[in-house]
Design a protein. Structure first.
Length: 252
């Protein structure tokens, strides 16, 4: 079971990224705050984060706040990060996500032993650049590997990098994990191997590992390393014209 400090640390991260005064409800529910500078979502979008059965929602305007407050009274926190359920009650134009949010308590870590050696390299390593290029733009962007601030942990085969992992250091001493495996090498457990090396490095530095997964294979790797899914994240762009009508306001 995930310890309470991990839940508190995870929630502390997202309330800080909200860039406005907001807290997760003590019981199930959602707190909505107007925060144009929120880092939960792209600019002018609405960001929804659920951790431990409660949600915080950042919106760009009072109109969106009124609408999201109504949705929060109709939908459970888990439904708020379900794009289909949200579309049923809100005028949603675009969606990013959803993604699962998984965290790892040090005591739950399941390291990988007895496998090929993982090399720790600097970000500018040629093999890492080749791996990113070979994966294609979509997969490379999804992995986030280009943005890591830690060393990279790389598995190579015949001189070519075939899998790599690292992390970005986020606020509140959180290590946001990034993992990428070459397209032709997937399904062999390599993500777990390099991911374990990056997680071990983060834990040694006193950081809280965070794994954000949009697809089932990524979630399976996280679970295999000992992560527990504590919630989810969804970003939406609302039709503010419709929002104004539904909120009983006059467009400006």
């Amino acid at each position: 079971m995930t310890s309470e400090p991990v839940l508190d640390r995870a929630r502390g991260l997202w309330t800080e990224l909200a860039a406005a005064t907001v807290e997760f409800p003590a019981t199930e529910g959602a707190n909505v705050v107007v925060s144009p500078g929120s880092r939960l979502c792209p600019p002018l979008w609405t960001g929804i984060v659920v951790v431990g059965g409660a949600a915080v929602v950042t919106v760009p305007s009072r109109r969106a706040a009124a609408l999201m407050a109504g949705a929060g009274g109709t939908l459970s926190p888990e439904e708020l990060v379900n794009a289909d359920r949200l579309r049923a009650v809100l005028p949603v134009l675009d969606v990013l996500g959803p993604a699962s949010l998984c965290y790892l308590d040090r005591a739950d870590f399941l390291p990988v032993r007895g496998v090929a050696a993982v090399e720790e390299v600097g970000y500018g390593h040629n093999g890492l650049s080749a791996l990113l290029a070979g994966a294609g733009e979509e997969d490379a962007d999804e992995s986030g590997l280009a943005d890591i601030t830690s060393p990279a942990f790389v598995l190579s085969e015949k001189g070519d990098a075939i899998a790599a992992a690292g992390y970005q250091t986020w606020p509140r001493s959180v290590a946001h994990l990034s993992v990428l495996v070459a397209p032709g090498r997937r399904g062999r457990g390599l993500a777990r191997v390099v991911g374990a090396a990056a997680v071990a490095h983060a834990l040694a530095g006193g950081l809280l590992p965070q794994w954000r997964a949009r697809v089932c294979p990524s979630r399976r790797v996280a679970v295999a390393l000992g992560f527990q899914e504590l919630g989810g994240q969804l970003s939406v762009r609302l039709d503010e014209t419709v929002s104004a009508v539904l909120a009983g306001e006059t467009a400006v």
